[in-house]
Design a protein around this ligand. Structure first.
Ligand code: ASP
Length: 582
């Protein structure tokens, strides 16, 4: 037997018991006549004691020579600790060791295996197996397991069946590039790894599976943005015989269950907001509604004077910063420079102080009088003591700039309460998005999303305005899930492919299997997918998803531990009949 107990288990009530423990040497404190070793495993830390009086000399000697991260096994007796450590559950006891076996030695780890480590990101990823020995990383993985387990429990309880779908498939468009796998047995042919199991889950609905879910890896070859992973995990779901409300209710239930069981938080009914409304009020389709600072449209109250910057703008928008009148000139300049950075791209930032006496002082006093500024305050909901910021330009630019500024100020003023969970459904997304570069429409969600029933006609006359039966679930300003009611008839699907610029032959080659399936009694259906990595990070109160992934890729999509991607040898290339022309 390697161990009778784990290193997190023994308590005062175990005093005098004979035990065997095994684990890693976290720390050795050597006073010569006395040696303490912190022994660590997944479950905790237990202190071992060796001393001149009670321990055999050869064992004391060997204890003195133990190195960090050696794997050892000990036999000993649980005794009461002289100086207790209230910070750890085993802090009342220690083990007086009478047998010590070194199971394996260890090189000196390249960073400290402590809660606060001295290792940088890349180094920690290179030695991820050591990083996972650290409590915060290990706990994050255990936390992830717990969330996944709750998802399975809840959905199974609601009658969902987890079905695995294949990884070696054909392109499923979700707006990214495919990762491609060459087929040795089918020369010159390739599989694509799924960007999502979208088409398969729809086929499962045609197959009568009714309520499907899967915790599943998805692969998207995108230019990596911060905190994106080329492979990531979804909680992928689909239901048949449902309307949008059925889906929203079902997955509101799941989210509420997770918030309750994982975070102990009760949230009421989730608010719902249309895409258009979100864009008008927050300039963003995933607004963080934990704080206000909603947009005030100032077009009517700012375009009647000689100020050309506003007059020539498509949109003039203001937000009111609570208590912002206390900002110094320097703070305002700093925010002005912040929005002028190329990443944000504003030309300037206009402000208006709302004084306690009800007067206003703006950076454009030359053009606007007190009565005008009062209207600005009304439109932005500003009160005495607040500060109004105003941006103008094209609707699209102004919304994204102001939304970024709102989030930045929210962050700086700590308005985003980390203990609060504010979910929000965004509905009625546009079906199509105009792609300037390609001069064509592409699907905002994916090509299988159904247009709203009363708008199908518009697909011919004015495709850009057509709304979809598509929705996102937003939590604290993060999109955690998205889905849609699907097209389930061949004609509409064909029309959609046509609008997206597929020729009939292309649509048939790529999605013939789905169109065929639709001819065999496809039920109305719809679904949603949650990004598990992000969901877990948010529930865990963290910003980065990487800490919740056992073996993440770095910012260039590399696994620095196994050193992938890597060249393959000539023999493999030959077998695959691939020629590299580098
Ligand atoms: N397949 C979609 C996605 O990955 C989710 C869905 O429509 O259910 O975003």
């Amino acid at each position: 037997m390697y161990r009778t107990h784990t290193c997190g288990e023994l308590r005062k009530s175990d005093i005098n018991s004979k035990v065997i423990l095994a684990g890693w040497v976290q720390k050795v404190r050597n006073k010569g006549f006395m040696v303490w070793v912190d022994l660590r495993d997944r479950y905790g830390i237990t202190q071992l004691i060796f001393d001149e009086e009670r321990t055999a000399k050869d064992i004391l000697d060997r204890a003195q020579n133990l190195g960090r991260e050696f794997v050892i096994q000990i036999d000993g007796t649980v005794i009461e600790r002289a100086s207790k450590n209230p910070n750890i559950p085993t802090g009342d006891i220690e083990i007086l060791v009478d047998k010590l076996t070194v199971l394996n030695e260890s090189l000196l780890p390249p960073f400290t295996i402590e809660d606060e480590t001295d290792g940088g990101d890349e180094l920690r990823m290179k030695y991820r197996y050591l990083d996972i020995r650290r409590t915060p990383v290990r706990d994050s993985l255990i936390f992830r397991h717990k969330v996944a387990q709750e998802v399975r429990n809840y959905l199974s309880g609601q009658g969902f069946i987890e079905v695995e779908t294949p990884y070696l498939i054909k392109s499923t468009p979700e707006g990214a590039r495919d990762f491609i796998v060459p087929s040795r047995m089918n020369e010159g042919q390739f599989y694509a790894l799924p960007q999502s199991p979208q088409t398969f889950k729809q086929l499962l609905m045609v197959a009568g599976m009714d309520k499907y879910f899967q915790i599943v890896k998805c692969f998207r070859d995108e230019d990596l943005r911060a905190d994106r992973q080329p492979e990531f995990t979804q909680i992928d779901c689909e239901m048949a015989f449902v309307e949008q409300d059925d889906i929203l209710n079902a997955f509101e239930g799941l989210t509420r269950h997770l918030l309750k069981t994982i975070n102990g938080v009760d949230v009421g009914e989730f608010p719902r907001m249309t895409f258009d409304e979100a864009m008008e009020r927050y300039g963003n389709d995933k607004p963080d509604i934990r704080f206000g600072m909603e947009f005030g449209n100032l077009n009517q109250v700012s375009q009647h004077k000689d100020f050309n910057v506003f007059n020539s703008a498509e949109l003039v928008v203001g937000i009111s910063v609570p208590g912002g009148n206390s900002f110094t000139r320097k703070q305002i300049d700093n925010l002005t420079n912040w929005v002028k950075r190329p990443q944000i791209g504003a030309k300037g930032l206009i402000y208006c102080r709302c004084n306690d006496d009800g007067t206003f002082k703006s950076s454009v006093d030359k053009f606007f009088d007190q009565a005008d500024l009062k209207l600005w305050a009304e439109k932005t909901g500003a009160k005495p003591g607040d500060l109004i910021f105003v941006l103008s330009g094209s609707t699209e630019d102004v919304r994204s700039q102001m939304s970024a500024l709102r989030m930045e100020i929210g962050e700086r003023l700590e308005l985003r309460n980390p203990d609060e969970f504010a979910p929000l459904w965004i509905t009625d997304f546009p079906l199509l998005e105009w792609d300037e570069d390609a001069q064509s429409y592409h699907a905002m969600h994916h090509p299988f999303t159904s247009p709203q029933a009363d708008q199908i006609e518009l697909l011919n006359s004015d495709p850009g305005v057509v709304k979809a039966n598509a929705y996102d679930l937003v939590l604290n300003g993060n999109e955690i899930g998205g889905g849609s009611i699907r097209i389930h008839d061949k004609e509409t699907q064909a029309l959609m492919f046509d609008r997206l610029g597929f020729s009939e032959a292309e649509a048939k080659a790529q999605f013939g299997f789905l169109m065929n399936a639709f001819e065999y009694g496809a039920p109305p259906h719809g679904g949603i997918a949650f990004g598990l990595d992000r969901l877990v990070a948010i529930l865990g109160g963290q910003e980065t998803i990487r800490d919740f992934i056992a073996f993440p890729k770095n910012n260039s999509g590399r696994d620095v531990m196994i050193d992938a991607p890597a060249p393959i040898d000539t023999k493999q290339l030959e077998e695959l009949k691939l020629k590299l022309d580098l």
